[in-house]
Design a protein around this ligand. Structure first.
Ligand SMILES: [Cu+2]
Length: 132
């Protein structure tokens, strides 16, 4: 009886960790706060339409930029980086945006970042992995 319980417990743990590691998904949910992007690692299948919910739980405006393939904005997000964005959205405090975008065809890592002055430096940066 106890043995069965332990097996059930292990199975639940395996299931939960599988959910959290989250393989590529066409539905993303991102939380922006002062000053982080959660989760910092996202994964989508290449070329498909992606539904994304971006919630700003912070007290100031944030945005969510997916940079083009191979672009790293460096130490600071500035005007030039706007032209190198693949997709972006602004979200006001306490607001939620439900949107869609088409995932890039090119597999690989894409930098995600908040473009508000100082927010990248404060930790609002991560990676979107595009998987074939
Ligand atoms: Cu921000």
């Amino acid at each position: 009886m106890l043995k069965k319980r332990i097996y059930q417990f292990i199975w639940v743990l395996v299931f939960l960790s599988a959910c959290q590691s989250g393989g590529p998904s066409t539905r993303l949910s991102v939380e922006l706060s002062d000053f982080s992007i959660t989760p910092t690692q996202l994964s989508v299948p290449a070329g498909l339409e992606i539904q994304i919910r971006v919630a700003n739980k912070g007290t100031v405006e944030h945005n969510f930029y997916i940079m083009q393939y191979g672009v790293d904005v460096g130490d600071m997000f500035d005007e030039e980086d706007i032209a190198n964005a693949y997709w972006d959205v602004d979200v006001q405090p306490d607001d939620i945006e439900d949107l869609t975008f088409t995932a890039p065809d090119q597999p690989g890592p894409y930098q995600i970042v908040c473009g508000m002055p100082g927010h990248l430096q404060a930790g609002m940066v991560g990676t979107l992995e595009v998987v074939k």
